[in-house]
Ligand binder design. Structure first.
Ligand SMILES: [Mg+2]
Length: 222
């Protein structure tokens, strides 16, 4: 584990960078977004409990994660909520699926904040003219929105999402796609991320130098 300011950049021609839980603290933001969805659900179905909603959500999430394992859409909140209401109501509820997805992501985007040390790092790379390519596991549209919301688009040259790559980290392909976009070789770049299973393993498979960053001592994931 390393902190952003301590990552050596000497001789580095490009940086591959994870997004979720690397540039901002994921768990806190997810919690606030889930809170908003839980409150809406309890209002609409007053005979239920927050625990019941959480259980419904977990069940739907596990099913989607399992069925789409290794693909960007395995984290799709749209699919989570679609399945959640299918399990709860016994049919597909189109309006509620879209409403809860929008509420989740709108709350998420409004809550997320770039970690100050991560921002300093982006600025340092910018000053040193080291290009950055995000390598991130999720559907592309929401990742685009996160970049705009964090207001870091001036610092990021490229992004590879797992939706675009068709496979998720640690599969080498998203990393290779990033190298192709940057026109750089594995020995030219470093990879930075929070996850040993995804970011480190993928970088290792591609023989890319990896740095695991630490912000706080919780685990991620979507
Ligand atoms: Mg991450």
């Amino acid at each position: 584990m390393i902190l952003f300011p301590d990552i050596p950049l000497h001789g580095v021609k490009g940086v591959l960078l994870d997004l979720d839980n690397t540039l901002y603290a994921y768990d806190e933001v997810h919690h606030v977004a889930m809170q908003a969805c839980t409150e809406k659900f309890i209002q609409e179905y007053p005979f239920t409990t927050p625990e019941f909603f959480q259980e419904l959500y977990n069940k739907a999430r596990k099913r989607v994660n399992h069925e789409l394992h290794g693909q960007g859409a395995s984290h799709s909140r749209l699919l989570y909520f679609q399945k959640l209401f299918e399990n709860f109501l016994g049919y597909t509820h189109f309006e509620k699926t879209l409403q809860y997805e929008a509420l989740y992501w709108n709350t998420f985007l409004q809550t997320m904040k770039i970690l100050p040390k991560a921002l300093s790092f982006l600025q340092e790379c910018y000053q040193k003219k080291i290009p950055i390519c995000l390598v991130t596991d999720l559907t592309a549209q929401i990742q685009h929105k996160k970049i705009i919301q964090l207001n870091i688009q001036p610092y990021i040259k490229f992004m590879v999402s797992s939706e675009e790559a068709g496979v998720e980290k640690p599969h080498p392909y998203p990393f290779l796609l990033a190298l192709e976009k940057m026109n750089l070789a594995p020995c030219d770049v470093i990879m930075i991320g929070d996850s040993e299973k995804k970011d480190k393993l993928g970088a290792d498979l591609c023989r890319i130098q990896f740095y695991q960053v630490q912000h706080y001592d919780k685990q991620s994931h979507h």
